[in-house]
Design a protein around this ligand. Structure first.
Ligand SMILES: C[S@@+](CC[C@H](N)C(=O)[O-])C[C@H]1O[C@@H](n2cnc3c(N)ncnc32)[C@H](O)[C@@H]1O
Length: 205
């Protein structure tokens, strides 16, 4: 049976069969945002077909914004990217890069707290969520997907990508189960290089 899309009271209130991975050090944000990464994961290609002008997009754990700048270009000034990271250094790096790229006005930066992503004002508001290489760092997949379901419009999609080098098949399957439990269903999608990936859709009914 599906659980309702309510926000968890706290990170301690949800159980997790697998331990979260350690937090990515903030200085790795510079490496993750390097243009060389485009040879493996091209943000334009990955996001084409998912993000349109005017959309409200959530990017939890954006790091220094490898994908955020492209998301911001795509939603345009009529849309908004809500980028939520727990590390201030990541958000500061992202702010600088977005300002240089001229897309800062399309991005809202938020700092998460250990117990919450801080999204209680966004119930049913989000059209698309991009979750790359971050769910394995959450207190639990259930904790994350419950918040993602709460903010997603019915029919909204969530692209989940996890690095194969870091995240085992069983850990990824556990993430998919947690997503399913709160009402996300997997739909067909393109594979992402060197990654486990799934395109999920928030149930409409
Ligand atoms: C491996 S990095 C991936 C960054 C980016 N998505 C990318 O692919 O370049 C994981 C990010 O998730 C963030 N993060 C970890 N735990 C978090 C939490 N509880 N709330 C929000 N962000 C978190 C980290 O600070 C880091 O920026």
């Amino acid at each position: 049976m599906q659980k309702s899309a309510q926000l968890p009271q706290s990170a301690q209130s949800v159980s997790s069969p697998e331990k979260p991975h350690a937090l990515c050090p903030w200085w790795l944000g510079y490496i993750l945002a390097s243009p060389v990464r485009k040879l493996l994961q091209n943000p334009q290609k990955l996001l084409a077909g998912h993000v349109r002008p005017g959309m409200i997009v959530l990017e939890p754990g954006p790091g220094m914004g490898f994908f955020t700048l492209e998301l911001a270009r795509r939603v345009g000034t009529s849309g908004r990217v809500i980028a939520v990271d727990i590390q201030l250094q990541m958000l500061e790096g992202l702010r600088r890069r977005a300002a240089r790229a001229g897309v800062l006005e399309n991005i809202e930066l938020r700092q998460a707290r250990p117990e919450s992503l801080g999204l209680s004002d966004l119930e049913g508001a989000v059209d698309f969520t991009l979750a790359v290489a971050m769910v394995h760092e959450m207190p639990s997949a259930e904790w994350f997907f419950r918040q993602a379901a709460y903010v997603s419009k019915p029919g909204a999609r969530l692209l989940l990508v996890e690095p194969k080098g870091h995240v085992s098949v069983s850990h990824f399957e556990n993430e998919l189960r947690a997503a399913h439990d709160v009402g996300f269903i997997a739909v067909e999608s393109e594979p992402v290089r060197r990654s486990h990936s799934a395109l999920l859709e928030r149930a409409k009914g």
